[in-house]
Write a protein that binds this ligand. Sequence first.
Ligand code: PEP
Length: 255
Amino acid sequence: MRRPILAANWKMHKTTEEAAAFVDAFLPQVKDANAVDIVLAPTFTAIDRVAKAIAGSNVALAAQNVNPEEKGAFTGEIAPGMLVEFGCAYTIVGHSERRALYGETDDFIAKKAAALFARDIRPIVCVGETLEEREADRTLEVVGGQIAGSLAEVPEARAEEVVVAYEPVWAIGTGKTATPEMAQEVHAAIRGQLRERFGDAADAIRIQYGGSVKPENVDSLMAQPDIDGALVGGAALDPDAFARIVCFEPAGDNA
Ligand code: PEP
């Protein structure tokens, strides 16, 4: 019912040359993966090169961040309209690294999501708890607060366009993955909250899992009923590994 969405978050990795080499190696491996949405989020400096390299393919472009303002005195920032120029279909907002390292709040993230909607770019809104919060049994409370705050300005009529990425902070870049059951529990809670807020549109909203997703664990994660995709950091730097993730085989799927 929900079309899976597999996204690569390259973070601050890859020169333009390295990005182009990735696309060259990656596209042939995923050219027949037409039942899923495939997304690459390069750095801003590589975005033009990647946009050109994927033109006409089944791979879409994302930015890793955006400023909610359209222009002005915001040194170092990038506006939504600038992303439109490159054909960005998605943009990641609220990644835990931006929340933790750059002090981004739910209110600011909500403004970014609203600004993206105004430019017809779909936000990939990241949420997730720290290890301390999980150990204090506060996961659902923390994630619930982030969902409420970060999605506060999503237009009701466009709820289906939102992508949520549940990324437990303790699993990002650490090699530790939430078990499929742990992830499913949080995904189901998120969907319940989305249903309260958006009604039946909640059934169409994709919820990605992120946190050390790799070829070895993607199948069991994708087999969970409320896991609709993955946001992948480290393993998505390698074209072969990310291609295998895109071509996941959920358990029980004989297709
Ligand atoms: C991420 O960057 O969002 C992420 C989940 O990273 P990794 O796959 O390396 O844990």
